[in-house]
Design a protein around this ligand. Structure first.
Ligand code: GLY
Ligand code: MN
Length: 363
Protein backbone atom coordinates (compact mmCIF):
# COMPACT_ATOMS: atom_id res chain seq x y z
CA UNK A 1 0.00 0.00 0.00
CA UNK A 2 1.53 3.34 -0.94
CA UNK A 3 1.81 5.80 1.94
CA UNK A 4 -0.29 8.98 1.99
CA UNK A 5 2.79 10.86 0.84
CA UNK A 6 3.45 8.45 -2.03
CA UNK A 7 -0.19 8.80 -3.11
CA UNK A 8 0.20 12.59 -3.15
CA UNK A 9 3.35 12.27 -5.29
CA UNK A 10 1.45 10.01 -7.69
CA UNK A 11 -1.24 12.66 -8.14
CA UNK A 12 1.43 15.26 -8.83
CA UNK A 13 3.12 12.94 -11.32
CA UNK A 14 -0.11 12.75 -13.36
CA UNK A 15 -0.11 16.53 -13.44
CA UNK A 16 3.51 16.54 -14.70
CA UNK A 17 2.62 14.27 -17.60
CA UNK A 18 -0.28 16.54 -18.56
CA UNK A 19 2.04 19.55 -18.57
CA UNK A 20 4.71 17.60 -20.46
CA UNK A 21 7.33 18.31 -17.80
CA UNK A 22 10.29 15.97 -17.23
CA UNK A 23 10.46 17.16 -13.63
CA UNK A 24 9.00 19.58 -11.13
CA UNK A 25 11.39 21.26 -8.72
CA UNK A 26 9.51 21.70 -5.44
CA UNK A 27 11.20 24.45 -3.43
CA UNK A 28 8.41 25.33 -0.97
CA UNK A 29 9.40 23.52 2.24
CA UNK A 30 5.72 23.17 3.13
CA UNK A 31 5.07 21.45 -0.18
CA UNK A 32 8.11 19.21 0.37
CA UNK A 33 6.65 18.19 3.75
CA UNK A 34 3.26 17.53 2.13
CA UNK A 35 4.81 15.28 -0.52
CA UNK A 36 7.31 13.40 1.65
CA UNK A 37 6.58 13.71 5.37
CA UNK A 38 10.02 15.28 5.88
CA UNK A 39 9.72 18.03 8.48
CA UNK A 40 13.12 19.68 8.10
CA UNK A 41 13.96 22.48 5.72
CA UNK A 42 16.74 23.56 3.34
CA UNK A 43 15.78 20.70 1.02
CA UNK A 44 14.20 20.64 -2.45
CA UNK A 45 12.25 17.78 -3.96
CA UNK A 46 12.62 16.86 -7.61
CA UNK A 47 9.55 14.96 -8.79
CA UNK A 48 9.81 13.15 -12.12
CA UNK A 49 6.97 11.28 -13.86
CA UNK A 50 7.89 8.04 -12.08
CA UNK A 51 10.22 8.93 -9.22
CA UNK A 52 11.29 11.61 -6.73
CA UNK A 53 14.61 12.64 -5.22
CA UNK A 54 15.25 14.98 -2.32
CA UNK A 55 18.20 17.36 -2.53
CA UNK A 56 19.30 17.73 1.07
CA UNK A 57 22.40 17.92 3.24
CA UNK A 58 24.05 15.75 5.90
CA UNK A 59 22.31 17.52 8.81
CA UNK A 60 19.13 15.72 7.83
CA UNK A 61 20.14 12.24 6.72
CA UNK A 62 19.36 10.55 10.05
CA UNK A 63 16.03 12.39 10.39
CA UNK A 64 15.17 11.39 6.82
CA UNK A 65 15.80 7.72 7.59
CA UNK A 66 13.11 7.98 10.24
CA UNK A 67 10.60 10.21 8.44
CA UNK A 68 10.79 8.92 4.86
CA UNK A 69 13.09 5.91 4.62
CA UNK A 70 12.05 5.04 1.05
CA UNK A 71 12.80 8.43 -0.45
CA UNK A 72 15.80 8.71 -2.82
CA UNK A 73 18.29 11.32 -1.62
CA UNK A 74 20.84 13.54 -3.28
CA UNK A 75 22.94 14.61 -0.30
CA UNK A 76 25.00 17.66 -1.13
CA UNK A 77 28.41 18.09 0.34
CA UNK A 78 28.43 20.93 2.90
CA UNK A 79 30.86 22.75 0.57
CA UNK A 80 28.44 22.59 -2.39
CA UNK A 81 25.75 25.25 -2.51
CA UNK A 82 22.08 24.44 -3.03
CA UNK A 83 21.85 25.63 -6.64
CA UNK A 84 24.73 23.59 -8.10
CA UNK A 85 23.56 20.56 -6.11
CA UNK A 86 20.03 20.96 -7.48
CA UNK A 87 21.36 21.44 -11.01
CA UNK A 88 23.45 18.29 -10.67
CA UNK A 89 20.45 16.29 -9.43
CA UNK A 90 18.30 17.59 -12.30
CA UNK A 91 20.99 16.67 -14.82
CA UNK A 92 21.15 13.26 -13.12
CA UNK A 93 17.50 12.56 -13.94
CA UNK A 94 18.00 13.75 -17.53
CA UNK A 95 15.35 16.49 -17.29
CA UNK A 96 15.16 18.86 -20.26
CA UNK A 97 11.90 20.61 -19.46
CA UNK A 98 11.73 21.43 -15.74
CA UNK A 99 8.89 23.14 -13.90
CA UNK A 100 9.75 25.30 -10.91
CA UNK A 101 7.42 26.73 -8.24
CA UNK A 102 7.18 30.34 -9.30
CA UNK A 103 5.49 31.37 -6.04
CA UNK A 104 8.40 30.02 -4.00
CA UNK A 105 11.71 30.12 -5.91
CA UNK A 106 13.44 33.49 -5.51
CA UNK A 107 14.50 35.50 -8.54
CA UNK A 108 18.13 35.10 -7.40
CA UNK A 109 17.85 31.30 -7.22
CA UNK A 110 16.15 31.15 -10.60
CA UNK A 111 18.92 33.26 -12.16
CA UNK A 112 21.59 31.00 -10.67
CA UNK A 113 19.74 27.87 -11.77
CA UNK A 114 19.32 29.22 -15.30
CA UNK A 115 23.06 29.89 -15.38
CA UNK A 116 23.85 26.33 -14.18
CA UNK A 117 21.37 24.59 -16.47
CA UNK A 118 22.11 26.01 -19.91
CA UNK A 119 19.97 24.25 -22.52
CA UNK A 120 17.34 23.18 -19.97
CA UNK A 121 13.89 24.72 -20.39
CA UNK A 122 12.81 26.13 -16.97
CA UNK A 123 9.04 26.68 -16.83
CA UNK A 124 7.25 28.59 -14.05
CA UNK A 125 4.42 26.58 -12.48
CA UNK A 126 1.88 28.03 -10.09
CA UNK A 127 -0.08 26.17 -7.41
CA UNK A 128 0.52 22.61 -8.64
CA UNK A 129 1.05 21.16 -5.16
CA UNK A 130 -1.23 23.75 -3.56
CA UNK A 131 -4.09 22.53 -5.78
CA UNK A 132 -3.65 19.04 -4.30
CA UNK A 133 -3.45 20.45 -0.77
CA UNK A 134 -6.90 22.03 -1.12
CA UNK A 135 -8.59 18.70 -0.36
CA UNK A 136 -7.42 17.03 2.81
CA UNK A 137 -7.13 13.27 3.25
CA UNK A 138 -8.26 11.40 6.33
CA UNK A 139 -4.99 11.79 8.24
CA UNK A 140 -4.90 15.53 7.57
CA UNK A 141 -8.47 16.01 8.77
CA UNK A 142 -7.64 14.08 11.94
CA UNK A 143 -4.61 16.32 12.46
CA UNK A 144 -6.62 19.54 12.09
CA UNK A 145 -9.30 18.16 14.42
CA UNK A 146 -6.57 17.46 16.98
CA UNK A 147 -5.12 20.95 16.53
CA UNK A 148 -8.56 22.43 17.19
CA UNK A 149 -8.92 20.26 20.29
CA UNK A 150 -5.58 21.48 21.67
CA UNK A 151 -6.64 25.07 20.98
CA UNK A 152 -9.80 24.49 22.99
CA UNK A 153 -7.91 22.99 25.91
CA UNK A 154 -5.42 25.85 26.02
CA UNK A 155 -8.26 28.38 25.90
CA UNK A 156 -10.21 26.59 28.63
CA UNK A 157 -7.26 26.88 31.01
CA UNK A 158 -6.61 30.53 30.19
CA UNK A 159 -10.28 31.37 30.57
CA UNK A 160 -10.57 29.54 33.89
CA UNK A 161 -7.61 31.48 35.29
CA UNK A 162 -8.75 34.84 33.85
CA UNK A 163 -8.04 37.83 36.11
CA UNK A 164 -8.87 41.48 35.39
CA UNK A 165 -5.31 42.45 36.23
CA UNK A 166 -3.83 40.29 33.46
CA UNK A 167 -2.22 42.13 30.58
CA UNK A 168 -3.05 41.23 26.99
CA UNK A 169 0.47 39.96 26.51
CA UNK A 170 0.38 37.81 29.69
CA UNK A 171 -2.68 36.05 28.29
CA UNK A 172 -1.09 35.60 24.88
CA UNK A 173 1.98 34.05 26.50
CA UNK A 174 -0.18 31.81 28.70
CA UNK A 175 -2.14 30.57 25.67
CA UNK A 176 1.10 29.59 24.02
CA UNK A 177 2.40 27.89 27.14
CA UNK A 178 -0.80 25.90 27.60
CA UNK A 179 -0.95 24.93 23.93
CA UNK A 180 2.56 23.53 24.18
CA UNK A 181 1.86 21.90 27.52
CA UNK A 182 -0.99 19.97 25.93
CA UNK A 183 1.33 18.77 23.16
CA UNK A 184 1.07 21.45 20.50
CA UNK A 185 4.28 22.28 18.64
CA UNK A 186 3.62 26.04 18.67
CA UNK A 187 0.87 28.53 18.08
CA UNK A 188 -0.31 28.88 14.46
CA UNK A 189 0.60 32.59 14.67
CA UNK A 190 1.33 35.07 17.46
CA UNK A 191 -1.91 35.04 19.46
CA UNK A 192 -4.08 38.14 19.19
CA UNK A 193 -5.36 39.28 22.59
CA UNK A 194 -6.98 42.68 22.24
CA UNK A 195 -9.05 44.40 24.93
CA UNK A 196 -11.66 47.11 24.34
CA UNK A 197 -10.86 49.54 21.50
CA UNK A 198 -7.76 47.57 20.46
CA UNK A 199 -10.04 44.76 19.31
CA UNK A 200 -11.05 47.04 16.40
CA UNK A 201 -7.62 46.17 14.94
CA UNK A 202 -8.23 42.80 13.27
CA UNK A 203 -4.56 41.86 13.74
CA UNK A 204 -3.76 43.65 17.00
CA UNK A 205 -0.47 42.95 18.76
CA UNK A 206 -0.95 42.23 22.50
CA UNK A 207 0.17 45.07 24.77
CA UNK A 208 0.57 45.67 28.51
CA UNK A 209 -3.06 46.90 28.69
CA UNK A 210 -5.02 45.18 31.47
CA UNK A 211 -8.05 43.30 30.20
CA UNK A 212 -10.07 44.26 33.29
CA UNK A 213 -9.91 47.92 32.27
CA UNK A 214 -12.22 47.19 29.34
CA UNK A 215 -15.65 45.64 28.76
CA UNK A 216 -14.51 42.85 26.47
CA UNK A 217 -11.48 41.14 24.94
CA UNK A 218 -10.98 39.47 21.56
CA UNK A 219 -8.79 36.38 21.45
CA UNK A 220 -7.63 34.87 18.16
CA UNK A 221 -5.33 31.91 18.47
CA UNK A 222 -4.51 28.54 16.95
CA UNK A 223 -2.17 25.62 17.43
CA UNK A 224 0.09 23.55 15.19
CA UNK A 225 -0.30 20.00 16.42
CA UNK A 226 2.34 19.24 15.29
CA UNK A 227 2.16 19.98 11.56
CA UNK A 228 -1.44 21.03 10.98
CA UNK A 229 -3.00 24.27 12.17
CA UNK A 230 -6.18 25.34 13.88
CA UNK A 231 -7.44 28.93 14.04
CA UNK A 232 -10.21 30.20 16.33
CA UNK A 233 -11.51 33.50 17.65
CA UNK A 234 -13.66 34.06 20.72
CA UNK A 235 -14.77 37.08 22.72
CA UNK A 236 -14.50 37.30 26.50
CA UNK A 237 -16.98 39.63 28.14
CA UNK A 238 -16.27 41.22 31.51
CA UNK A 239 -19.68 41.47 33.15
CA UNK A 240 -23.05 42.06 31.53
CA UNK A 241 -23.05 43.06 27.86
CA UNK A 242 -23.93 46.59 26.83
CA UNK A 243 -26.80 46.95 24.35
CA UNK A 244 -24.24 47.82 21.70
CA UNK A 245 -22.09 44.76 22.39
CA UNK A 246 -25.17 42.56 22.33
CA UNK A 247 -26.25 43.96 18.97
CA UNK A 248 -22.81 43.68 17.36
CA UNK A 249 -22.13 40.23 18.83
CA UNK A 250 -25.45 38.81 17.75
CA UNK A 251 -24.99 40.21 14.25
CA UNK A 252 -21.56 38.58 13.93
CA UNK A 253 -22.81 35.30 15.38
CA UNK A 254 -25.80 35.23 13.03
CA UNK A 255 -23.47 35.98 10.11
CA UNK A 256 -21.10 33.20 11.15
CA UNK A 257 -23.91 30.68 11.46
CA UNK A 258 -25.25 31.72 8.02
CA UNK A 259 -21.76 31.29 6.53
CA UNK A 260 -21.33 27.86 8.11
CA UNK A 261 -24.80 26.83 6.95
CA UNK A 262 -23.89 27.72 3.35
CA UNK A 263 -20.91 25.33 3.37
CA UNK A 264 -21.55 22.21 1.33
CA UNK A 265 -20.00 20.48 -1.71
CA UNK A 266 -20.60 22.53 -4.85
CA UNK A 267 -21.10 25.80 -2.97
CA UNK A 268 -19.02 28.57 -4.53
CA UNK A 269 -16.63 30.29 -2.10
CA UNK A 270 -17.87 33.80 -2.91
CA UNK A 271 -21.45 32.70 -2.19
CA UNK A 272 -20.48 31.43 1.26
CA UNK A 273 -18.86 34.80 1.93
CA UNK A 274 -22.02 36.49 0.61
CA UNK A 275 -24.30 34.49 2.93
CA UNK A 276 -22.49 35.86 5.98
CA UNK A 277 -21.84 39.33 4.56
CA UNK A 278 -25.57 39.80 3.81
CA UNK A 279 -26.37 39.49 7.53
CA UNK A 280 -23.76 42.10 8.46
CA UNK A 281 -24.82 44.46 5.68
CA UNK A 282 -28.48 44.21 6.67
CA UNK A 283 -27.52 45.18 10.23
CA UNK A 284 -25.80 48.29 8.81
CA UNK A 285 -22.22 47.19 9.49
CA UNK A 286 -21.24 46.17 5.93
CA UNK A 287 -18.41 48.71 5.70
CA UNK A 288 -17.06 47.54 9.06
CA UNK A 289 -16.36 43.99 7.85
CA UNK A 290 -13.21 44.64 5.88
CA UNK A 291 -11.85 41.16 5.22
CA UNK A 292 -12.88 37.89 3.61
CA UNK A 293 -15.04 35.43 5.49
CA UNK A 294 -12.35 32.80 5.85
CA UNK A 295 -9.48 30.79 4.48
CA UNK A 296 -8.30 27.23 4.04
CA UNK A 297 -6.41 25.62 6.86
CA UNK A 298 -3.81 22.86 6.78
CA UNK A 299 -0.02 22.75 6.81
CA UNK A 300 -0.29 26.54 6.69
CA UNK A 301 -2.69 28.57 8.74
CA UNK A 302 -3.66 30.58 5.67
CA UNK A 303 -4.02 28.57 2.48
CA UNK A 304 -6.60 27.88 -0.20
CA UNK A 305 -9.48 27.97 -0.70
CA UNK A 306 -10.37 31.55 0.25
CA UNK A 307 -13.89 32.48 1.24
CA UNK A 308 -14.23 35.99 -0.11
CA UNK A 309 -15.47 38.19 -2.89
CA UNK A 310 -14.50 37.08 -6.43
CA UNK A 311 -13.54 33.62 -5.19
CA UNK A 312 -15.03 31.19 -7.67
CA UNK A 313 -13.66 27.93 -6.31
CA UNK A 314 -16.33 25.32 -5.63
CA UNK A 315 -16.12 23.61 -2.27
CA UNK A 316 -15.36 19.89 -2.30
CA UNK A 317 -15.56 17.28 0.46
CA UNK A 318 -12.28 17.30 2.41
CA UNK A 319 -11.69 21.02 2.21
CA UNK A 320 -11.26 22.75 5.57
CA UNK A 321 -11.94 26.46 5.97
CA UNK A 322 -12.25 29.00 8.73
CA UNK A 323 -15.44 31.02 9.01
CA UNK A 324 -14.61 34.31 10.73
CA UNK A 325 -16.83 37.29 10.13
CA UNK A 326 -16.06 40.42 12.12
CA UNK A 327 -17.35 43.92 12.77
CA UNK A 328 -14.71 46.51 13.68
CA UNK A 329 -15.73 49.90 15.05
CA UNK A 330 -12.73 52.22 15.59
CA UNK A 331 -12.69 53.75 19.06
CA UNK A 332 -15.16 51.18 20.43
CA UNK A 333 -13.77 47.76 19.52
CA UNK A 334 -14.31 44.76 17.32
CA UNK A 335 -16.10 41.43 17.47
CA UNK A 336 -14.97 38.39 15.49
CA UNK A 337 -16.06 34.77 15.89
CA UNK A 338 -14.05 32.08 14.13
CA UNK A 339 -14.38 28.33 13.75
CA UNK A 340 -12.78 25.64 11.62
CA UNK A 341 -15.17 23.82 9.31
CA UNK A 342 -14.78 20.64 7.25
CA UNK A 343 -16.70 20.24 3.99
CA UNK A 344 -18.30 16.79 4.15
CA UNK A 345 -20.09 14.77 1.45
CA UNK A 346 -23.45 15.97 2.68
CA UNK A 347 -22.64 19.44 4.02
CA UNK A 348 -20.21 20.44 6.74
CA UNK A 349 -18.87 19.56 10.15
CA UNK A 350 -17.42 21.86 12.80
CA UNK A 351 -13.91 20.78 13.78
CA UNK A 352 -13.58 23.37 16.55
CA UNK A 353 -15.67 23.17 19.65
CA UNK A 354 -15.66 26.19 21.95
CA UNK A 355 -19.00 27.60 23.20
CA UNK A 356 -19.99 30.85 21.51
CA UNK A 357 -23.46 31.91 22.59
CA UNK A 358 -23.49 35.46 23.97
CA UNK A 359 -23.89 34.14 27.51
CA UNK A 360 -20.89 31.82 27.01
CA UNK A 361 -18.64 34.87 26.56
CA UNK A 362 -19.21 36.11 30.13
CA UNK A 363 -16.37 35.56 32.47
N1 GLY B 1 -7.72 34.51 12.44
C1 GLY B 1 -7.09 35.66 11.88
C2 GLY B 1 -6.65 35.46 10.51
O1 GLY B 1 -6.93 34.44 9.94
O2 GLY B 1 -6.00 36.30 9.91
MN1 MN C 1 -8.21 32.97 10.56
Amino acid sequence: MPSDHAKRRQKLQKLLSREKLDALLVTSFTNVTYLTGFTGDDSYLIVTPDDAVLVTDPRYTEQLEGECPDLALHVRDPGVKMTPATAEALRGVGAERVGFEEDSLTVGSLNRLTEELKGVDLVGVSSAVESLRLVKDRSEIAAIRHAAELARRAFDVVRAAWTPGAAERDLARELEYQARRFGGARLSFAAIVAAGPRSALPHATPTSAKVGDHDFTLIDWGVFAPLYASDLTRMVLHGAPSKKFERVYNTVLEAQLAGIEAIRPGAVCQDVDRAARDVIEKAGYGKKFGHGLGHGLGLEVHEGPRLGRNQETELRPGMVVTVEPGVYLPGWGGVRIEDDVLVTKSGHELLSDVPKRLEDCRI
